[in-house]
Design a protein around this ligand. Structure first.
Ligand code: NDP
Length: 509
C-alpha cells in the first residue's frame, strides 16, 4: 500500500487492523524524526511556490483535489469503514462532510484573507490596514475517530490559506491518510504540498518539535498538553481541538419525541466516539419519564454490528475498557441500566446503553466516555440544568431542546458551540467556526476564523500625508508638553471633543 513521505531509513512498520474482524489490512512505515524533518523541509519548498500563487490559481487546484477525492469516495469510505470500524454509511457521510470543507475553504479563502482598512484613530494622516498572510508549513496531527473529516477541517483551510501541510494520522487509522496523500500528489502541481508522515506517538512528537510554523492537533487533552510542551521549544503556535463532555438540555416545553430521536443519534453516531457526542442529558422533571421512554424505544430499534448495523465496532480495545470502567463505576454508585450495560459488551462491540439515576459523582457524568452511553439526569429547573451542564472542565459542543427559552439557555452554556433543537448542527455548517474552551482546547477550525487561524496577521500603518505636529519625531516645539496636556483633556478628559464622542456613542447605542 501506498507511498508516504520518504521512507529510505525506516526500518519499523506499523500494522493497521480492522477492529471488527481483527484482520490485518496493511502496514505502513514508522517514520523517524529525521524523516519527519525532511518532509517539513520539502513542504517548505512547496509552500514557497504555493503561497505565491493567486487565490484563483489555488482555488482551481483545490477544486481539482476535491473532485479527485470525490472520484475515490467509495474507496476512501471503505478504508475508513475497515480501519475505524464504523458502518459504511457513516464512513460515506464522513467523506461527504470532508469534501464540504475542501469546497468551503477554497471558496472562502480570498474573502476571509482580504486586507481590511481600519480606523487610524488620532493618527488621521495614516492609512491603517490589517492583512493576512500564509504561515508556511502547518503540521496536522489527527485522531482515529473521524480519520478524514477531522484532519480535513485543518488541512483544507491551511492549504486554502496558502500553506503546505505535513499530516500525521493516528496509528490506528493511517491508511486513509496515505491514500489521500497519494491523491494529493497526483492532483497538485506541487507533489510535496500535502505529505503524510505515518507512525505512532513518537512520529507525532517529532512533528510537534519540527520546524513547522503551526501545529493543528486533534486528540485527547493529555496528548494535547504534551504537544503544546513540545511545540514550546520553538515557540511554535498550536491549535488544540480536544475532547468534550457535551451536555444536552431538554426543557419542559421541548418537542420530546424530536429531542429523544436527536439525542439517540447525537450520543450513538460513530458508536459514541465523537468529540461532540451527546455525553450527558439533563431533562426537566415534567418530561423526564416520557423522554426516557422515547429514548429507550429508539435505542431498541438499533442494530449493533453486521453490514446493516447502525453501530459499528469500537475502534480500539483501550476505548472499550474506558467505557466498561465508566459503566461499572456508574452502576456501583446506583445508576439504573435500561438497555445494554457492561454485561452486553462483546469484544469490540458495545450495545447502546441508557442510564438513569445518574449524578456528577459518577465518571460517566464528568469524564469523557467516548462510547455509546446515554446517561440521563432529571433536573428540577432550567437553572439547575445550566449549572450542571457547565459543571465540567470541558467546553466543546452542547445542545438545547426548548421552546421560547432556548436561545437564553444556549447563551448561558459555557461551550464553544451550541445546537438549538438539533444535535451537532454546528458541525455540519462549514461557515461556523469549530472549537472549544477549557480542556476542550483553543483556536478554531472551519469558517473564516478557521482560514485566518492558518495565517499571520500583519498590521500596516502607512503615512499618507504630513501634518505639522509629528509625534513620531524628536524634533518637537518647546511648548509640546503644554500642547499634549491640552490634547489629553480635549480627547479623553472633559474637553469638547471627548464629550462629543461620548454623546455620539450614547446616541448610537
Ligand atoms: P490521542 O490524543 O491519543 O491521539 C491524537 C493524535 O496524537 C494521534 O495521531 C496520536 O498518534 C498522536 N500522538 C500521540 N502521542 C503524541 C505525542 N506525544 N506527540 C504528538 N502526537 C502524539 O487521541 P485519539 O486519537 O485517541 O482521539 C480521541 C480524542 O480526540 C478524544 O479525546 C476526542 O474527544 C478527541 N477529538 C477531538 C475533536 C475536536 O475537534 N475537538 C475531534 C475528534 C476527536 P497515535 O495514534 O499514533 O498514538
Amino acid at each position: 500500500m501506498a507511498t508516504v513521505a520518504s521512507t529510505t531509513t525506516t526500518t519499523d512498520r506499523l500494522s493497521s487492523f480492522n477492529p471488527a474482524t481483527g484482520e490485518l489490512i496493511a502496514t505502513v512505515p514508522i517514520l523517524t524524526p529525521a524523516e519527519v524533518d525532511a518532509a517539513v523541509v520539502r513542504a517548505r519548498t512547496a509552500a514557497a511556490s504555493w503561497s505565491h500563487l493567486s487565490f484563483e490559481a489555488r482555488t482551481e487546484e483545490l477544486i481539482s483535489f476535491r473532485k479527485a477525492l470525490a472520484a475515490h469516495a467509495d474507496e476512501l469510505a471503505d478504508l475508513i469503514h475497515r480501519e475505524n470500524g464504523k458502518p459504511e454509511l457513516e464512513a460515506l457521510v464522513e467523506v461527504m462532510m470532508a469534501l464540504g470543507h475542501v469546497q468551503h475553504a477554497a471558496a472562502r479563502a480570498e474573502t476571509a484573507m482580504e486586507p481590511r482598512r481600519v480606523s487610524a484613530g488620532m493618527l488621521a494622516n495614516f492609512r491603517a490596514t490589517i492583512s493576512y498572510h500564509p504561515l508556511g508549513v502547518v503540521g496536522v496531527i489527527g485522531p482515529w475517530n473521524y480519520p478524514l473529516y477531522t484532519p480535513m477541517g485543518s488541512i483544507a483551510y491551511a492549504l486554502a490559506a496558502g500553506n503546505a501541510v505535513v499530516w500525521k494520522p493516528s496509528e490506528l487509522t493511517p491508511l486513509v491518510a496515505v491514500r489521500v496523500a497519494e491523491i494529493a500528489r497526483e492532483t497538485f502541481a506541487l507533489p510535496d504540498l500535502l505529505q503524510v508522515v505515518t507512525g505512532a506517538g513518537t512520529t507525532g512528537a517529532a512533528l510537534a518539535k519540527s520546524a513547522v510554523d503551526k501545529i493543528a492537533f486533534t486528540g485527547s487533552a493529555g496528548t494535547g498538553k504534551r504537544v503544546m510542551i513540545a511545540a514550546a521549544e520553538r515557540l511554535t503556535p498550536v491549535l488544540l481541538e480536544l475532547g468534550g463532555k457535551d451536555p444536552m438540555i431538554v426543557a419542559e416545553d421541548a418537542d420530546v419525541e424530536k429531542a429523544a430521536e436527536a439525542c439517540v443519534y447525537g450520543a450513538l453516531t460513530n458508536a459514541g466516539q465523537a468529540c461532540i457526542s451527546v455525553e450527558r442529558v439533563y431533562v426537566a422533571e415534567a418530561v423526564h419519564d416520557r423522554f426516557v421512554e422515547e429514548v429507550v424505544k429508539n435505542v431498541r430499534q438499533l442494530k449493533t454490528g453486521g453490514d446493516d448495523g447502525h453501530l459499528g465496532a469500537m475502534t480500539s480495545p483501550a476505548q472499550v475498557a474506558i467505557v466498561r470502567d465508566h459503566l461499572d463505576d456508574a452502576v456501583a454508585k446506583g445508576a439504573v441500566v435500561h438497555t445494554g450495560g457492561a454485561a452486553a459488551i462483546s469484544g469490540n462491540y458495545i450495545q447502546p446503553t441508557v442510564l438513569t439515576n445518574v449524578d456528577h459523582h459518577m465518571k460517566v457524568m464528568h469524564d469523557e466516555t467516548f462510547g455509546p452511553i446515554i446517561p440521563i439526569k432529571r433536573v428540577g429547573s432550567l437553572d439547575e440544568a445550566v449549572r450542571l451542564a457547565n459543571d465540567t472542565i470541558y467546553g466543546l459542543g452542547s445542545s438545547v431542546f426548548a421552546g421560547k427559552a432556548a436561545r437564553t439557555i444556549a447563551d448561558k452554556l459555557r461551550a464553544g458551540m451550541t445546537s438549538i433543537n438539533s444535535v451537532m448542527g454546528f458541525a455540519g455548517i462549514p461557515s461556523l467556526p469549530f472549537g472549544g474552551i477549557g480542556d476542550s482546547g483553543f483556536g478554531r477550525i472551519h469558517g473564516d476564523e478557521g482560514i485566518r487561524e492558518f495565517t499571520r496577521i500583519k498590521s500596516t500603518a502607512e503615512q499618507v500625508m504630513s501634518i505639522p505636529l509629528n509625534m513620531m519625531s524628536f524634533r518637537q516645539p518647546k511648548d509640546m508638553p503644554k500642547r499634549l496636556r491640552g490634547m489629553i483633556k480635549q480627547l479623553y478628559g472633559q474637553g469638547v471633543v471627548a464629550k462629543a464622542t461620548d454623546l455620539f456613542r450614547k446616541l448610537r447605542s
